[in-house]
Design a protein around this ligand. Structure first.
Ligand code: BGC
Length: 255
């Protein structure tokens, strides 16, 4: 069996749950994505109902692979952290839960890891040798490490303790909004420190910056004074969905 050429990707975030069928040759959506707001009660039951609704919305993807991202550590389908979602997720077998909700096997992985898989295959990290660090700036900070094209899953460098703070509580785009910072203030006072610390710990060859705010990358990336080349994600906000679909398809791949 070769790798399927289409797949359904679903991206669970703190503010929205989004899905679309993906063309895995091009990394593009086959149809406009569906976004449903994440309910205030963001525990497993309401979230899995929304995941099932998104699946039903795309009958053309029925029978194909389904990949689902989660904004926390996911090991072998089980959630181990949920910084920006209901804490009751911790310890949940999300793979079993979603498989039951949608009626077919699913692959569940960390949201930043999914974005990095997509950027590696189709985007800003395509063809890059060496070590790529992906950071997604959103409600939190997601990170993913890709070494010689292979993902090292579940890095959590958004939670580095820097100057006595959880890094994402100061440097995420959520923190920028919360504290009413301009782009220069955010870049100079928060991102500069974050990226300096992380480049000294990881020594990546390239840093890719994703998350919704990467659309405005020209307003903050040029202000950063760091040694590592740093570029905006090419897929922007679609990377999570595309990477989820890709990961699910790869899991089905057989020799
Ligand atoms: C979580 C990560 C996640 C990131 C972005 C962080 O708070 O710990 O696992 O990738 O937020 O959603």
């Amino acid at each position: 069996m070769s790798q399927p050429t289409t797949g359904l990707g679903i991206d669970i975030g703190g503010s929205g749950i989004k899905g679309a069928p993906v063309d895995l040759d091009s990394g593009e959506f086959l149809r406009e994505r569906l976004k449903i707001l994440t309910p205030d009660e963001s525990g497993s039951e309401p979230v899995s109902e929304i995941v099932a609704r998104i699946c039903d919305h795309f009958p053309e993807a029925a029978g194909g692979p389904v990949g689902i991202t989660f904004p926390g550590v996911v090991q072998n389908g089980t959630v181990h952290s949920a910084a920006n979602l209901d804490k009751s997720w911790v310890g949940t077998d999300a793979r079993a839960l979603f498989t039951q909700a949608v009626g077919r096997p699913v692959r569940v992985l960390n949201d930043a890891d999914a974005a990095a898989l997509a950027e590696t295959r189709y985007g800003a990290a395509k063809g890059v040798h060496g070590t790529v660090l992906m950071t997604t700036l959103g409600t939190g900070i997601g990170t993913a490490l890709v070494v010689a094209g292979r993902l090292v899953p579940n890095t959590e460098f958004g939670h580095l303790e820097i100057d006595g703070h959880d890094a994402e509580s100061r440097a995420s785009s959520g923190a920028k909004e919360r504290d009413g910072l301009s782009y220069p203030e955010w870049a100079n006072e928060r991102l500069q420190r974050y990226y300096r610390v992380i480049e000294d710990l990881v020594w990546p060859d390239l840093i890719v910056v994703g998350g919704g705010v990467s659309r405005k990358a020209h307003k903050f990336l040029p202000l950063l004074d760091i040694r590592t080349p740093i570029v905006p994600a090419a897929l922007r906000n679609t990377a999570g969905i595309v990477g989820a679909a890709l990961a699910a398809a790869q899991a089905l791949e057989m020799p």
